[in-house]
Design a protein around this ligand. Structure first.
Ligand SMILES: *Cc1c(COP(=O)(O)O)cnc(C)c1O
Length: 386
């Protein structure tokens, strides 16, 4: 039986080159970057080099990069840090979207419980935020807009540059969760109107448990963790040097030949979408064009996404039903509900996210498998009538 991984939005395999880059820092180079002796200086040098690599990949400067433990922590630091620095009196308004990752949604919900006003912008049937509507919600009390670059479930890419321009004109900080976008969407933060940007290494073939927050120079932000002076005090604690070195190497590789890699994934993705839509009673979720090159999300009518997932697993194909963070609970995904799906259609959806390790053969095998499983499950479904 084949083993086909189509869950790259959940996490990605570590690249061999990334592992090679990390190994010395798990073995011989064990100094603490804060130590003044030779061991420390050697570690410090690697830390600085990684920061430069991340900065170069984003068109930022090294001082603008803060290493964190991943995307979740970067989002928390961005939102809570700006909230701590800027809120006073009535100036306690944050704007976000209904389809953010839980690391953003739960953070703004927490702030709401402490007295912040939060606007959750709706999205259209494709998962798109309307920049005009965003602008209408900005008031003198708005301190932060946080809208993801691309959605982890349905792959929709937001008009983030337009959103950023509006925020800049109105003097409001713009944070974007770019965890799914790195390696698929080019960034040049010298030009793009983004004040804070979150990323996570394990979503682009780097190690788990390490990420970064880009913070534009002169952006007002306060620490949310307390301890040492590492990462300009914004992320105290001894640095995860093997992880950070891995992140540096991974992002360097992710932005090399980005166009060619995206074109390859888009080819596979379009073939998969075409194949799946030829099966009766399957609809595509997310935007038909403005979507991540490796993202496919479909609703299979009259079938539970969970059953399809488990049956695909038996055929050696790894997919996800909705978001990995929401599966395990019976609640349908908040993203699929926000784009207007009814409960049943939302429950019947699966996400297949591709990576450069996938082949045309994988795609064709998967289409056949979905077809066979769908027909078999519908035969025994009490709600399906042909
Ligand atoms: C995976 C993911 C996160 C969380 O990143 P971690 O590094 O796993 O904490 C945040 N936002 C989005 C959009 C993601 O896909």
């Amino acid at each position: 039986m084949p083993k086909i991984y189509m869950d790259h939005a959940a996490t990605t395999p570590l690249k061999e080159e990334v592992l090679e880059a990390m190994l010395p820092f798990l073995k011989s180079v064990y100094g603490n970057p804060s130590s003044l002796h030779f061991f420390g200086r050697e570690a410090r040098k690697a830390l600085d080099e990684s920061r430069e690599k991340v900065a170069r990949a984003l068109g930022a400067t090294p001082e603008e990069i803060i290493f964190t433990s991943g995307g979740t922590e970067a989002n928390n630091l961005a939102i809570q840090g700006v909230a701590r620095a800027l809120s006073f009196g009535e100036r306690k308004h944050i704007i976000t979207s209904a389809i953010e990752h839980h690391a953003v949604l739960d953070t703004v919900n927490y702030l709401h419980s402490t007295g912040f006003e939060v606007t959750f912008l709706p999205v259209d049937e494709y998962g798109m935020v309307d920049p005009g509507e965003l602008e209408r919600h900005i008031t003198d009390n708005t301190i932060l807009v946080t809208i993801m670059t691309a959605n982890n479930e349905i792959g929709t890419i937001q008009p983030f540059e337009e959103i950023g321009r509006i925020c800049r004109e109105r003097g409001v900080y713009f944070h974007t969760d770019a965890v799914q976008a790195i390696g698929s969407i080019p960034f040049n933060l010298k030009e793009q109107p983004i004040d804070l940007l979150s990323l996570s290494a394990h979503k682009f073939c780097g190690p788990k448990g390490v990420g970064a927050l880009y913070i534009r120079k002169r952006t007002k932000i306060k620490q949310v963790l307390f301890g040492g002076a590492q990462e300009r005090k914004l992320r105290p604690g001894t640095e995860n040097l093997p992880g950070i070195v891995g992140l540096g190497r991974a992002i360097e590789l992710a932005v090399t030949d980005m166009e060619a890699k995206s074109a390859y994934l888009e080819g596979l993705r379009n073939r998969l979408i075409k194949g799946l839509l030829e099966i009766e009673g399957i609809r595509l979720n997310g935007h038909p064009q403005k979507r991540l090159p490796g993202n496919v999300n479909v609703s299979v009518l009259y079938i539970e996404g969970e059953s399809l997932l488990l049956n695909l697993d038996l055929k050696g194909i790894a997919v996800s039903s909705g978001s990995a963070c929401t599966s395990g609970s019976l609640e349908p995904s908040h993203v699929l509900m926000a784009i207007g799906l009814d409960h049943q259609t939302a429950q019947g959806s699966v996400r297949l996210t591709l990576g450069s390790d996938n082949t045309v053969g994988d795609i064709d095998y998967t289409v056949e498998a979905v077809k066979e499983i769908t027909e078999r499950l519908r035969k025994i479904s009490p709600v399906y009538k042909k």
